[in-house]
Design a protein. Structure first.
Length: 231
């Protein structure tokens, strides 16, 4: 079945990603590893995440940036996916427009994730969709760094004001988002805490967690093992 053909007509999973250009992605990681290393590694993050997500029971859509690199992005990650450019000035506005685009297509539930967690399990995503379908108004997956790696809504309860006034990149993003949702009396499902990979320490933890798991054979881990073997 083609990936653009919804397997669950009420579910839309959005992945935010960037073109892996040196100096434009994983800039905190690049401070210790260098721009070329960080960009290539990020590309493998996306590869592994998409491979894990592809069989899921949802419509999968990739919202990318920058818009002018669409041809290169399709060549890098595969033409079989559905792609849409991110629109808006800041992260909050881009997320709002992505949700609006999903709900305008008739999906009753939508979840958005980033591309900084290559080992994210689809079990978390399935559980989040089920929570929305069982009456929860919103779902949030907190990250260990104080942000979040997943957020989703039922279409009838989507309120873009949740993203307003957010100071993105700070370790209070999850807490402030949760406060916004609770102030609106939303019924909230919290996904398990997970790891964004943004720093050299995060990378060390990723390698330690997956020394003996199936993810140890991923593109991300293979790249890291090969690079470390050359040093």
């Amino acid at each position: 079945m083609a990936l653009h053909s919804p397997k669950e007509s009420n579910r839309c999973l959005v992945v935010f990603l960037r073109y892996p250009e040196p100096g434009k992605v994983k800039t905190r990681l690049a401070k210790t590893c260098g721009d070329p290393f960080a960009a290539e590694l990020y590309g493998y993050f996306v590869d592994d995440l998409l491979e894990a997500l592809a069989p899921g029971s949802y419509h999968l859509e990739l919202f990318f940036t920058p818009a002018e690199r669409e041809t290169e992005i399709r060549q890098r990650f595969g033409a079989r996916y559905c792609y849409s450019p991110q629109e808006g000035e800041g992260l909050g506005e881009r997320m709002e427009k992505a949700f609006r685009a999903c709900f305008a297509k008739g999906f009753s539930t939508a979840i958005l994730i980033g591309s900084d967690a290559p080992d994210l399990t689809t079990e978390f995503i399935d559980q989040a969709f089920l929570a929305l379908e069982n009456g929860q108004d919103a779902v949030v997956g907190p990250a260990f760094d104080g942000g979040y790696y997943l957020i989703g809504f039922r279409s009838a309860m989507f309120d873009p004001a949740v993203f307003s006034g957010m100071r993105w990149g700070e370790n209070s993003v999850f807490e402030n988002t949760l406060n916004h949702l609770q102030a609106r009396k939303y019924r909230i499902h919290l996904a398990p805490v997970w790891h964004d990979i943004d720093t050299g320490k995060d990378l060390e933890n990723l390698q330690a967690r997956h020394a003996n798991t199936a993810f140890s054979r991923s593109r991300t881990m293979t790249f890291l093992q090969n690079r470390l073997g050359q040093e």
